[in-house]
Structures are given as C-alpha cells and as structure tokens.
Design a protein around this ligand. Structure first.
Ligand SMILES: *[C@@H]1O[C@H](CO)[C@@H](O)[C@H](O)[C@H]1NC(C)=O
Ligand SMILES: *[C@@H]1O[C@H](CO)[C@@H](O)[C@H](O)[C@H]1NC(C)=O
Ligand SMILES: *[C@@H]1O[C@H](CO)[C@@H](O)[C@H](O)[C@H]1NC(C)=O
Ligand SMILES: *[C@@H]1O[C@H](CO)[C@@H](O)[C@H](O)[C@H]1NC(C)=O
Ligand SMILES: *[C@@H]1O[C@H](CO)[C@@H](O)[C@H](O)[C@H]1NC(C)=O
Ligand SMILES: *[C@@H]1O[C@H](CO)[C@@H](O)[C@H](O)[C@H]1NC(C)=O
Length: 371
C-alpha cells in the first residue's frame, strides 16, 4: 500500500515538476483507430454525417467536432495529462502536427478491404482507411516530422493503437455472418494489430498502448439489432453472451500478443489497455461510477425502448433528443461512449487499473531518466 502511495506521489510531483518547468515529457502522440479514437477525420471525410450535428459535442466542445461523443475521448484526456494540446486529425489541412497526429477514422477496420470483398461482406466505411492504410498515412507524414532523427524523436512519443476489431466484427454481424465465422477471423484480426505494433517498435517506438475491444454484447446498439427471444442468450447483466464472448476471445489473444511483444522488445514500454473491463464494471455497479441505475444499457441520445436506440431515428437526426444529464450515462448514442465514461476509462489507463502497465507508470519507468 505504501509503495503504491509513494509511486503515486512520485508521479504527481514528477508531473507537477515537468509542467511547472514546461519540460514536455513526450514530444507527441500518434494515434490509430476508429470512432472511439477519431478526433475529427470523420468531419473531413463525411461532413454531412449525423455525428457532425448537435447534440454531438454538447458537453465539452459545445459544438460537433467529428468526435462520436458528447465531449472528449480517451486520447483527449491522455493528451491533457501529458501537457499536450488536443491531437489534430491527420487529414486536416493547415494544422500543427508538431505535437502528433491522429490517424483514426470513424468506422475503420483492422482487416484490409480485400478481406471483406473476398468474403462478400458489404462494409460500411468512409474511405479506404483501414489499419494498414492508416500506417501508410503515417509513413507519408514522417518526413515532415523527422528525417534522420526519427529514432530519437519516437523515443519520446506515445503511440496508441485503438480498439481495432470492433468494426470488423460489426460489419460481419450486419452482413449476416455466423458467430463461428466471426470467431474464426479473430486470430487474423489480432495478428494484423500485432504486426502494426511491431512495425512501430522496429522503428524505435518506446511507448506503445494497445487497446482491447468493448463488451459488444453490452452495447445498446448491438442489444437492439441482435435482440434474442431466448432469455438464456442474456447474462445476469442483461448483455448478450455470445457477443461478449467474441470480445473476450479477441482480448485474450490480443493480450497474449502484447505479452509476446514485451518479450520481443524488452526496452519498450508496451501497455495493454482495456475498454472491456471498465464497461462491465460500469454496467455492474453504475452508481459507484456516477451513472444512474436503470440506464446502464441505454443510450443517452436516441429514441426507442428498451435501449433508446432506433436505426431510423439516430442521434444527430432531427427530433432525436439527448438525455438531460449525459454524465449519468455510460453510452452516448447507442454505439459510442459518453464523455463521462471516457474520462473514467482514461484515468484507468493513466494510473490503473484499466491498463497494464498504466501509462503514467511507463513514464516513471523510462522517460524520467532522460528528461
Ligand atoms: C493488408 O494490406 C497490406 C498492404 O496494403 C499488406 O501488407 C497486408 O499483408 C495486408 N493484410 C492482410 C491481412 O491482407
Ligand atoms: C487501399 O489503399 C491501399 C494503400 O493505399 C491500396 O494498396 C489498396 O489497393 C486500396 N484498396 C482498395 C480496395 O482501394
Ligand atoms: C525532411 O526533409 C524534407 C526534404 O528535404 C524537408 O522538406 C523536411 O522539412 C525535413 N523535415 C524535417 C523535420 O526536418
Ligand atoms: C472461438 O474459438 C475459440 C478457439 O477455437 C473457442 O475457444 C471459443 O469458445 C470460440 N468462441 C465462440 C464464441 O464461439
Ligand atoms: C435457448 O437457448 C438455450 C441455450 O443456447 C437452448 O438450449 C434452448 O434450446 C433455447 N431455447 C429455445 C426456445 O430456442
Ligand atoms: C423508429 O423511428 C421511426 C422514425 O421516427 C418511427 O417511425 C418508428 O416507429 C420507430 N420505431 C420504434 C420501434 O421505436
């Protein structure tokens, strides 16, 4: 207990010291992902989407920014904790990318488009912006960041791989693929994410966060579209078991992959970060986290019983209201989380228990000496 407290105090004083002397611990954040991570590429690629209308953004930015939430995402909070500005979307023109870039795009998948075409899966994607394409965008931007000094620069950058896989499985579900088929693709999805991580680590990246996926079966939109008349398909929380099993299997394999990377690149700090565990914790004990019991499987913004989700009347469309107090809701629009959830998750990634090792702990472990 004392050791934990001491470590915490060290972190606090270290960060205080760092910020009061304006010494940046990290140069930059590079982020890759989909809607849980996108800080505005959606707005550039698809300016007429529902997410570009109020009440999106109503809680924090007070205007829609392209973030699929009422406010900040995990990456926004982590940037702030590191003393960095909000990280601009990579596709934006005339932005300052000296503190990093966010390549995440709403709807993006881990697997290439050819995978979906070959398997006859109609995919709902804004453009060719899958994980391997995001990596290519990053490579293209590199000359403007660093030429001969990339190794050195990336030593002090935080790389974040978002919850890739969620949209892969969602597109397969909507295309009517069986659970067995989806399950059989999980090793390939995880291998693809691992390869992306390896690509960064081989370039000298020293701080990498790899996120697992959400409990799909507790997400209001999935509960609505894949509702079952068989009560034994639901667990004691009211979540659909089979979709949670998909998420659990994905996360187990991904966690193993991260462990392998930790062995392969022992000098790097690689964190496995979670969405699954915090969301289950929120749903199980909503009041403990400031959420209202009875709303844990409902969207804040939407219409319809029992999950407040209706595909013909989505958040952002005319006449679709948001709940009066979004901070008491886990879920924002049926698929994405609310500002309040993202904050608790970000805090859990930063100092535990939702990342292993916590991101702030990984700072103590290495950069402290080099600052
Ligand atoms: C995806 O495409 C990239 C190149 O664009 C390729 O290197 C990679 O092997 C492909 N991955 C899969 C799973 O097809
Ligand atoms: C997507 O982009 C990648 C890299 O730019 C390219 O190799 C691939 O052929 C593209 N796929 C499609 C279906 O357009
Ligand atoms: C890298 O080199 C290119 C071409 O010489 C140059 O335009 C760019 O400014 C350089 N980038 C950095 C960060 O020095
Ligand atoms: C998915 O496949 C794994 C490995 O074969 C198996 O252990 C697991 O039970 C399967 N999960 C589902 C939901 O079918
Ligand atoms: C409901 O699901 C259980 C477990 O999968 C199964 O054994 C049972 O036959 C199902 N009941 C009906 C009515 O389909
Ligand atoms: C969904 O919304 C549409 C359009 O507003 C409405 O006509 C329909 O009755 C709604 N369905 C449900 C189940 O609420």
């Amino acid at each position: 207990m004392n050791a934990v407290l001491l470590q915490y105090l060290v972190i606090i004083s270290f960060l205080h010291h760092a910020s009061s002397n304006s010494i940046p611990i990290f140069n930059a954040i590079y982020s890759f992902g989909a809607s849980y991570e996108d800080t505005g590429n959606l707005a550039i690629l698809s300016p007429t989407s529902n997410e570009l209308k109020l009440p999106y953004g109503e809680t924090f930015f007070h205007r829609p920014t392209g973030r699929a939430s009422d406010g900040r995402l995990v990456i926004d909070r982590i940037a702030t904790y590191l003393g960095l500005p909000f990280i601009p979307p990579s596709l934006a023109q005339g932005q300052d990318f000296s503190k990093g870039a966010n390549f995440a795009v709403f709807g993006s998948t881990a697997l290439n488009l050819t995978f979906f075409q070959q398997n006859n899966i109609r995919i709902n994607i804004l453009k060719n912006d899958t994980l391997s394409v995001q990596l290519e965008w990053f490579e293209n931007q590199k000359p403007s960041i660093c030429n001969t000094t990339c190794m050195k620069f990336f030593t002090k950058s935080l790389f974040m791989l978002g919850k890739f896989g969620f949209n892969d499985y969602l597109n397969m579900l909507f295309a009517g693929k069986t659970i067995d088929f989806i399950n059989s693709t999980i090793p390939l999805v995880v291998e693809t994410i691992k390869s992306a991580a390896e690509r960064f680590l081989r370039q000298g990246v020293m701080h990498l966060v790899v996120a697992g996926i959400v409990p799909n079966g507790c997400i209001p939109g999935i509960l609505k579209y894949f509702a079952s008349s068989n009560i034994s398909d639901y667990d004691s929380l009211g979540c659909l078991k089979v979709y949670n099993n998909i998420g659990m299997y994905h996360n187990t394999l991904l966690r193993d992959a991260v462990k392998q990377l930790q062995v392969e690149f022992p000098q790097a700090k690689i964190s496995f970060s979670q969405y699954y565990e915090p969301i289950i914790d929120f749903v199980r004990n909503p009041c403990q986290y400031g959420f209202t019991r009875g709303t844990e499987l409902r969207a804040c913004c939407g219409i319809g019983e029992p999950y407040n989700v209706n595909i013909s009347a989505l958040c952002g469309q005319t006449g679709v209201p948001a709940c009066p107090n979004p901070s008491t809701f886990i879920n924002w629009d049926g698929l994405h989380l609310a500002d309040a959830s993202y904050k608790i998750i970000a805090d859990g990634w930063w100092k535990g228990p939702y990342a292993d090792p916590p991101i702030s702990g990984s700072l103590i472990g290495s950069s402290l000496n080099s600052v």
